[in-house]
Write a protein that binds this ligand. Structure first.
Ligand code: NAP
Length: 377
C-alpha cells in the first residue's frame, strides 16, 4: 500500500488522479490533498478520500475552513515531505510547484511530476536534489511518459533522437492574420485535450511544447539538438523515440491523462486497468503529421532559444509567460501580446545568471514585474 500526496488535487490533473486512485484503492492510499483556493471542492475530496492531511494555500479570510486544515503556501512542502507519503503527485500549476518538488526529492520521495514548470525553472537543481536526497522523478506529461515507456528507464543511452508530438492547438490551421484576432474563447477551445486554463492557453501559443522540450534533457539526458517536434493533430501518438540503430518506437493511445498518471504511480510496473477502452487503430485513423509553423507561433521559437541559452533564460521565459497568460485570461492583453511580452522579458533579462536557486527566483520575479509593468496597464 503506497501513500500518495496530491498537490493541486482540485485541478484537471488532480481530479483525474483521484478518479484513477479510487479504482486502485487496493494499492494506493491518499494521504494528503492540497488546493490553492477551491475550498469547496477540497472539502468534497476530503470526505471522499478521508485523507488525513488537507492544505489550502490561499490564506484570506474569505475562506472559512476547518481548523484541522493547514493554511498558506508551506502546506505544499509539508504535504510533500509527510512520512506516510511515498509518492508526491505534483499537479500544481506554475512555478509554485518548484519548492515542493525539491522538498520531496530531498526527502527521498517519488515525484510524479505533472508540474512541468518545476523542471523549466530549475531543472539542474531538481536533478541535484534527486541525486542528493535519493528521490526520483517520474513524468506525468503524456509526451514524457510516452518516452519513458519507450526507453524503459531514465537513461538516454542508445537514443539518437526524441520527437515530441504536438496537437498544434486550436490555431494549428489558422492563418497568421486570423491568429492576430484570436480571442480568449478561441484560445480556450482545445481540439483534443481537456485541461486547466493556463496549459490550454500554453497549447494555443505552443509555449507548452517549448516547456516540454526544456524538460526533456533533465528527464532523459538527451541534448536539445537531439529533440524535434512534429505536429500530430489527432493526439494519438504521444511521442517517438529514435534509437541509434534507426529503430523508432512510439507510444500510442487515446488522449486521456489517466494512463500517464497511473503509469507514473506504478512505474516500472504495469497495473491492470479494466476501465481502459481497447485501442482500435481503424477508429483512430487516419494519423497525420505536419511540420511545426515556427514563424507563426513565435512563443515556441522564443522558448527553444531560451532553452539553448540556458542559465536563467528558461526561468525568465516561464515567468514572463505565466504573467502574460494571467493578463490574457483577465482580458487585459490580446493573444498575440503573450509572445510579445515573453520577447520583451527575454530581451532585458535573458542573460541573467541562473545556477543558484536565489538567482533563478530573482529572474522569475523580475520577469513577472517587467511583464506586468509593460503590458498590464
Ligand atoms: N491538464 C492536463 O491535461 C495536463 C497535462 C500535462 C501536464 N499538465 C501540467 O500539470 C499542471 C497542472 O495542470 P492542470 O491543467 O491540472 O491545472 P489546473 O486545472 O489549473 O489545476 C491547478 C491546481 O493547482 C492549484 N494551484 C493553482 N495555483 C496554485 C498555487 N500558486 N499554489 C498551489 N496550488 C495552486 C489549483 O488549486 P485551485 O483549484 O484551488 O485553484 C489546482 O488544484 C501544470 O503544470 C500543467 O502544465 C497538465
Amino acid at each position: 500500500m503506497k501513500g500518495v500526496a496530491i498537490l493541486g488535487s482540485t485541478g484537471s490533473i488532480g481530479t483525474t488522479a483521484l478518479r484513477v486512485l479510487a479504482r486502485h484503492a487496493d494499492r494506493f492510499r491518499v494521504v494528503a490533498l492540497t488546493a490553492h483556493g477551491n475550498a469547496d471542492l477540497l472539502a468534497v475530496q476530503e470526505a471522499a478520500t478521508q485523507a488525513p492531511f488537507i492544505g489550502l494555500v490561499a490564506n484570506g479570510s474569505a475562506h472559512s475552513v476547518p481548523e484541522r486544515w493547514r493554511r498558506g503556501s508551506e502546506c505544499l512542502t509539508e504535504a510533500a515531505t509527510l512520512a506516510d507519503a511515498d509518492i508526491i503527485l505534483n499537479a500544481v500549476v506554475g512555478a509554485a510547484g518548484l519548492d515542493p518538488t525539491l522538498a520531496a526529492l530531498n526527502a527521498g520521495k517519488r515525484v510524479a511530476l505533472a508540474n512541468k514548470e518545476t523542471l523549466v525553472v530549475a531543472g539542474e537543481l531538481v536533478r541535484q536534489a534527486a541525486v542528493s536526497g535519493g528521490g526520483e522523478i517520474v513524468p506525468v506529461d503524456s509526451e514524457h511518459s510516452a518516452i519513458l515507456q519507450c526507453i524503459g528507464s531514465r537513461s538516454g543511452a542508445g537514443v539518437r533522437r526524441l520527437v515530441l508530438t504536438a496537437s498544434g492547438g486550436p490555431f494549428r490551421d489558422w492563418s497568421r492574420e486570423r491568429i492576430e484576432q484570436a480571442t480568449r474563447d478561441d484560445a480556450l477551445r482545445h481540439p483534443t485535450w481537456s485541461m486547466g486554463r493556463k496549459i490550454t492557453v500554453d497549447s494555443a501559443t505552443l509555449v507548452n511544447k517549448a516547456l516540454e522540450v526544456i524538460e526533456a534533457p533533465h528527464l532523459f539526458g538527451v541534448p536539445y539538438d537531439q529533440i524535434d517536434i512534429v505536429v500530430h493533430p489527432q493526439s494519438i501518438v504521444h511521442s517517438f523515440v529514435e534509437f541509434v540503430d534507426g529503430s523508432v518506437l512510439a507510444q500510442v493511445g487515446l488522449p486521456s491523462m489517466e494512463l500517464p498518471v497511473l503509469y507514473a504511480l506504478a512505474h516500472p510496473e504495469r497495473i491492470n486497468e479494466s476501465s481502459a477502452a481497447p485501442f482500435d487503430p481503424v477508429a483512430a485513423s487516419p494519423l497525420t503529421f505536419e511540420s511545426v509553423r515556427l514563424d507563426d507561433f513565435p512563443a515556441l521559437r522564443l522558448g527553444l532559444a531560451a532553452a539553448r541559452h540556458g542559465e536563467a533564460a528558461p526561468a525568465v521565459f516561464n515567468a514572463a509567460n505565466e504573467a502574460a497568460v494571467a493578463l490574457f485570461l483577465d482580458a487585459r492583453i490580446r493573444f498575440v501580446e503573450i509572445a510579445a511580452a515573453i520577447e520583451s522579458a527575454l530581451d532585458v533579462l535573458g542573460d541573467l545568471p541562473g545556477t543558484e536557486k536565489n538567482a533563478l527566483l530573482v529572474a522569475d520575479r523580475a520577469a513577472r514585474q517587467l511583464v506586468n509593468e509593460r503590458f498590464g496597464c
